[in-house]
Design a protein around this ligand. Structure first.
Ligand code: GSH
Length: 210
């Protein structure tokens, strides 16, 4: 498969690079810088996909967007499905749950923190009453799930771990994970994987990963 990753710096596409490394696939990286003032993606990304967001990849000439869809598709179709969980058993649901929980649930309060934070003191009541409690609601849940576990689903490393890694990074970046020791532990374990390190080299600076 010929793959091009349109990689926005400091973004969700870092986990696509990690997935491709874990799957042992060759790929080309085209890097895009964020606007230094707005932190938004440059307009060129809209030439690849109308939303102009990252990640977006081209595989055999077809454009794929939306990280959970990309991760699920690649994990299922590549490397004999080694990073996926086959349909038919209960672990399949757990795998799909965490794969989709990342963008479907966990990222929303983190995104709200970013945007409500831009309002400064005007956003403070909303931040205290809804945003911070919702982050704690989601993080306490994740942290409890990881008690006694190294992986999100199926008692082994899967693409769900890769998809959840950006939630751990975003949490670390927006307030820290001190109150969630299992998230800190799993995040550190993820970073020791050789494929994770190779993806960092390919993607360039990724401060969220520090
Ligand atoms: N749910 C989408 C979110 C995509 C998204 O918002 N990506 C961010 C990068 S982390 C982005 O492109 N931001 C730049 C912009 O909105 O201009 C996914 O998981 O693919």
């Amino acid at each position: 498969m010929s793959i091009i990753v349109h990689h926005l710096e400091e973004s969700r596409s870092q986990r696509i690079l990690w997935l491709l490394e874990e799957l042992g696939l060759g790929y080309e990286v085209r890097r895009y810088a964020r606007n230094p003032q707005t932190r938004l993606a440059p307009p060129e990304l809209k030439q690849i996909h109308p939303l102009g967001k990252s990640p977006v990849i081209e595989a055999n000439g077809k454009v794929f967007a939306e990280s959970a869809a990309i991760v699920e598709y690649l994990a299922e179709t590549q490397a004999s499905g080694a990073l996926s969980v086959p349909a038919g058993g209960p672990a399949r649901f757990d795998y799909l749950y965490w794969l989709h929980f990342a963008e479907g649930s966990a990222m929303l309060p983190l995104l709200l923190k970013l945007y409500v934070g831009l309002l400064g003191e005007y956003g403070a009541p909303l931040m205290q009453m809804r945003v911070e409690p919702e982050i704690d609601n989601h993080f306490s849940f994740i942290n409890a799930h990881l008690e006694g576990r190294d992986y999100f689903a199926a008692d082994r490393f899967t693409a769900a771990d890769i998809q959840m890694s950006f939630v751990l990074d975003a949490g670390n970046n927006r307030g820290g994970l001190d109150r969630y020791p299992n998230m800190v532990r799993v995040r550190k374990q993820q970073q020791t994987r050789p494929a994770y390190q190779r993806a960092l080299e390919k993607g360039g600076p990724y401060k969220m990963g520090q």
